[in-house]
Structures are given as structure tokens and as C-alpha cells.
Design a protein around this ligand. Structure first.
Ligand code: ATR
Length: 271
């Protein structure tokens, strides 16, 4: 029988997750399909219970459901710390995970970038920043979170300090912060379509030993990444975080490592 998977969110029409997962299922010859479902926070509990009752293989959650899910599912400690769930598995009750940070980790590791022991500067203090900060701190990186609203960075860093080394600050000393870093990650919306000229830093602020990862993937080559290349730094594009967060969810549900290249191709065809 066909096993159904899905992503719940609102809005959800433009989600690339169905294309990505269905391409992987097809490639592996698995009798599974993945669909997008519009679900509001008020209906999340019913939707999850319904999905479990109907034998769904698992679901992803996206905006605006990731925080709400913590009240409903048994979240693993990492998702609990992050304060958000993006993957629910139904094998043993309803267990919630957050694979966003792992997605970022694998995006960097596939480029040969080491996270353990690295000085990582994360700019921004929203949901993506939380996921990456908790994951990377747990993996032994030294984390600095810099945000336009400094208090949010300090608050997030205080939470992250429970699992590793972290501090928060404002954006004033960006050049010095980057000089002290091995990895710079943009978790703000700066540079995203349509205001593509925005950037958290320019080539003058960077050094050639730096790795620059932009989680913005629309456009794929952001102004920040162009500046990174000018500085001779390593530039890592954001679409791989989307691919790898999906791949990690796929593994949680099926126990199978999905074909990464097939998933990446499916995502890029949607651009
Ligand atoms: P997500 O959940 O995708 O991470 P978010 O929660 O909307 O997104 O967070 C957006 C981040 O981008 C925030 O850290 C925001 O900074 P503030 O906390 O000060 O609002 C940051 N951001 C957005 N526009 C920015 C700008 N023009 N300059 C600097 N930071 C900006």
C-alpha cells in the first residue's frame, strides 16, 4: 500500500518539499507519496492525530506551526532547546525533531568545512538562527550571535549556553567579529528577493580563510556570497540546507539515506 507523507503549513502552496521528497521516493522505487497540506495552528493537533490515525509515514511542519507543535508532540531535547519542531515521526507515538540545524551542518561538511572547534558567527536571531546555533553549539563550535536587535541575540545566546559555548551582541563591530571567525552564517532576510542588494557584510570585512554560508537561496548567489568570492573566501549556497533538512527527516521516517543529488535537482528545477 502507498504510504503518505506530508508538509503542514500556511501558506504552503509554494513549498518545494513535495517535489524533493517525491523525486527521492521515485528514485528509490518506494511506494510513497508526499503532499502539501494547508493547516492552521488551531487545527494542528487534529491534523497530526488524523495523520497518525490514517497511517501517514511522517510529516514536516513549517511556518506558522513549528513552535505550536511543541505543545502537542514529544519533542527530542534538541527540538525542545530550539523551541521548534520541523519533523514529526509516528512510529512510536508522536515524536518531534528539528533537522534544520543538521541541514546547515551537512551543507558545510559536504564542502569540507569543519564545525567542531570552529569560531562561528551567526548573524540574525530568528528561527533559522536558533536551529543552527543550538545544533552547532552541541557539535562543539564556539558561537557568536550578532543581531540588529541586540537583546534578542543575548537572549538566544543565553539559551544556547546550556548546550555549548555562545555569546550575543549587536552588529556594530562586524569587521572585528568576522576577523575572529572561521565561519560566517547569514540568518537574516538581507539579500533576499526582491531586495537583492542587501548584505550583512562586504569583501572588505572578510578574509580568505573564511567560509560564508547564506541561508537565503532566492537568489542562489546572494550579494553576500558574491562579496565572499571577491575576498577569496569559501561561499556556500543556502539551497543545500533545505535539501539536507529534508534528507534528515527522510532518514528519521524511513531509515534510508535518500539520494541527495536527486533531491537537489528537484529543488533547483523549481527556481
Ligand atoms: P527566520 O525565522 O527565517 O530566521 P525571522 O524570525 O523573521 O526569520 O528573523 C529575521 C532576522 O533577520 C532577525 O534576526 C532580524 O533582526 P531583528 O531581530 O533585529 O528584527 C534580521 N533582519 C531582518 N531585516 C534586517 C535588516 N535590514 N538588517 C539587519 N537584520 C535584519
Amino acid at each position: 500500500m502507498n504510504t503518505v507523507f506530508g508538509v503542514f503549513g500556511d501558506p504552503i502552496a509554494h513549498s518545494k518539499s513535495p517535489d524533493m521528497h517525491n523525486a527521492a521516493f521515485r528514485k528509490l522505487g518506494m511506494e510513497c507519496t508526499y503532499h502539501a497540506f494547508r493547516v492552521s495552528p488551531e487545527n494542528l493537533k487534529d491534523a497530526l492525530l488524523g495523520a497518525k490515525a490514517m497511517g501517514f509515514g511522517g510529516v514536516n511542519l513549517t511556518v506558522p506551526l513549528k513552535q505550536e507543535a511543541l505543545k502537542i508532540v514529544d519533542a527530542d531535547p534538541l527540538a525542545e532547546g530550539i523551541g521548534a519542531v520541523n519533523t514529526v515521526d509516528f512510529k512510536d507515538g508522536m515524536v518531534g525533531y528539528n533537522t534544520d540545524g543538521l541541514g546547515a551542518k551537512r551543507s558545510l561538511e559536504e564542502k569540507g568545512v569543519k564545525i567542531k572547534g570552529s569560531n562561528v558567527l551567526i548573524v540574525g536571531a530568528g528561527g533559522a538562527s536558533r536551529a543552527i546555533a543550538f545544533q552547532f553549539a552541541k557539535d562543539g563550535a564556539d558561537i557568536t550571535i550578532a543581531n540588529r536587535t541586540e537583546e534578542k541575540a543575548i537572549e538566544l545566546a543565553a539559551g544556547v549556553s546550556a548546550v555549548g559555548s555562545a555569546r550575543g551582541c549587536g552588529l556594530e563591530n562586524m569587521k572585528q567579529l568576522i576577523a575572529d571567525s572561521d565561519i560566517l552564517i547569514n540568518c537574516t532576510t538581507l539579500g533576499m528577493h526582491p531586495k537583492t542588494e542587501g548584505t550583512i557584510a562586504t569583501a572588505n570585512d572578510m578574509h580568505s580563510e573564511l567560509t560564508v554560508f547564506d541561508i537565503v537561496y532566492n537568489p542562489l548567489e546572494t550579494t553576500l556570497l558574491k562579496e565572499a568570492k571577491k575576498a577569496g573566501a569559501k561561499a556556500v549556497t543556502g539551497e543545500m540546507m533545505l535539501v539536507y533538512q529534508g534528507a534528515e527527516a527522510f532518514k528519521i521516517w524511513t531509515g534510508v539515506e535518500p539520494p541527495i543529488e536527486v533531491m537537489k535537482k528537484a529543488i533547483l528545477e523549481g527556481f
